[in-house]
Write a protein that binds this ligand. Structure first.
Ligand code: MG
Length: 251
């Protein structure tokens, strides 16, 4: 099933997607009791938003060996986690604003995991029970500021630095998905989630032992090798197999 969040006639609404047919729901798909309203829309009637408005986006640094190699590091003992504020989240087709403070804004194509129910101290074998579905994410990074600061809050946290979407897919095996970044039509990143150093079940379990994950929270699972800078006017597309394409422009 595909789930979307969108604006229709000035209001934020939720729906399921079948081809271009949108079945409007009476409330968020993250709420148990949601029902179809009977209203049917198509893509041209709506503006897609990020499919969730998370309380936090928890990101994994260094989850692909070849991405670690391109920065000259070694595999961390524990997963490296950091947070992007929810004010960084934007939807498909929204503009990524390159901040004046930075001279190098990179794309990072990532599989995004959407949490479906409150998760605290979850074991790895129960992790899938807490996952609602998957979408595409771009962990946009001001690389020069990430290096300069020695920690990542500023470099990863600017407004518009977390494009998510275009929709959530629920029935998907996340362990063997191609992940790609395409900049102005040229493939820059191309890998597969089977190269993860830490599988998704481990990530959910590990993070849930640090902080409570709430419904709608997002885990960005790390980026493969091939990150590269973007400039104003560029179009960046994150593709995840079985999900679709998340398209944004830089300004
Ligand atoms: Mg990343």
């Amino acid at each position: 099933m595909k789930y979307i969040r969108f604006i229709h006639e000035g209001a934020i609404r939720f729906g399921t997607l079948d081809g271009e047919k949108i079945t409007v729901l009476d409330r968020s798909f993250l709420e148990k009791e949601n029902l179809p309203t009977g209203q049917i829309l198509t893509f041209k009637d709506v503006q897609l938003l990020a499919p969730v408005h998370p309380s936090k986006v928890v990101c994994i640094g260094l989850n692909y060996a070849k991405h670690i190699a391109e920065f000259g590091g070694s595999k961390p003992e524990d997963p490296i986690i950091f947070i992007k504020p929810n004010t960084s989240v934007i939807g498909p087709e929204a503009e990524i604003i390159a901040p004046a403070m930075s001279q190098q804004v990179d794309h990072e194509a990532e599989l995004a995991v959407v949490i479906g129910k409150t998760a605290k101290d979850i074991s790895e074998d129960k992790a899938f029970d807490y996952i609602f579905g998957y979408t595409c994410g771009n962990d946009v990074t001001a690389r020069d500021l990430q290096r300069k600061d020695g920690q990542w809050t500023r470099g990863k946290g600017f407004d518009t630095f977390c494009p998510l979407g275009p929709w959530i897919v629920t029935d998907l095996d996340p362990n063997h998905l191609d992940v790609r970044a395409i900049l102005n039509g040229k493939v820059k990143q191309s890998s597969n989630t089977h190269y993860f150093l830490n599988p998704i079940t481990k990530l959910v379990s590990f993070i849930s032992q640090v902080m409570t994950l709430l419904p709608g929270d997002v885990i960005l699972t790390g980026t493969p090798e091939g990150v590269s800078p973007m400039k104003s006017g560029d179009e960046i597309v994150v593709q995840v197999e079985g999900i679709g394409e998340l398209r944004n422009r830089i300004r």
